[in-house]
Design a protein around this ligand. Structure first.
Ligand SMILES: Nc1nc2c(ncn2[C@@H]2O[C@H](COP(=O)(O)OP(=O)(O)OP(=O)(O)O)[C@@H](O)[C@H]2O)c(=O)[nH]1
Length: 211
């Protein structure tokens, strides 16, 4: 459980820490590892094939809370498909990644969505559809509107990114974190008159910090 230390000063403000599991799902070579790598290490490498699953963490400090994202990067190759459900079990959020230069990968992302819908109740998991590789605009096969329209029809977050040129990578993880926090706030019990209530903890494990 994440724990923040005490900072000096007489004014203490309760600041919870939320720990969320975020899984990256999608076909092989759509750029899942590259997105995680760009977000966590702010770097891009041409070759990062995933064997099974790799793991990254990222801490986001916000005014009302600290969010620790545990990012599970799953391998997209078919041979790993049968074990993938083990990785997304217990996830709070999923990024369904496709490659905008390969229409088939959007179809695969839709199949992942079906799998997630079997595993999770509707509001149990935050899902973002992510069209990656916008730097390859000339090779685009999936119009942005198509991804956007599909995401809207299924109430998913939607962003197009480029791990290579660092386009909207931070934004997509931030949007997920904000939606997770918003859900915490919605689930928290209504405050009694005069009572101060911070964002409540439910499914997410929480730690606590005082600043
Ligand atoms: N042009 C461009 N290439 C990218 C981008 N993101 C990833 N790539 C390249 O696409 C290839 C696959 O990227 P990975 O990050 O390994 O893809 P993955 O989805 O993790 O693949 P698996 O581990 O096989 O599931 C690599 O050659 C990357 O350099 C991007 O935004 N733009």
């Amino acid at each position: 459980m994440a724990q923040e230390g005490m900072a000096g000063g007489s004014l203490e403000r309760h600041c919870p820490t939320y720990i969320y599991k975020v899984v990256l799902l999608g076909s092989t070579a759509v750029g899942k590892s590259s997105l995680a790598y760009r977000y966590v290490k702010n770097d891009f490498q041409e070759s990062l094939p995933t064997v099974g699953c790799s793991f990254f963490t990222k801490i986001i400090r916000m005014e009302s809370a600290t969010v620790k994202l545990e990012i599970w990067d799953t391998a997209g190759q078919e041979k790993y498909h049968s074990v993938c459900h083990l990785y997304y079990r217990g996830a709070h959020a999923a990024l369904l990644v496709y490659d905008i230069t390969n229409k088939e990968t959007l179809g695969r992302a839709k199949l992942w969505l079906r799998e997630l819908e079997k595993e999770f109740l509707h509001d149990e998991i935050v899902i973002a559809l992510v069209g990656n590789k916008t730097d390859l605009a000339e090779e685009r096969e999936v119009p942005a509107e198509e991804g956007e329209e599909f995401a809207r029809s299924r109430s998913l977050l939607f962003t197009e990114t480029s791990a290579k040129s660092n386009h909207q990578v931070k934004d997509v993880f931030m949007a997920v974190a904000l939606q997770l926090l918003q859900r915490e706030a919605e689930k928290a019990p209504a405050p009694r008159r005069g009572q101060h209530v911070d964002l409540g903890a439910s499914r997410a494990r929480t730690g606590c910090c005082h600043v």
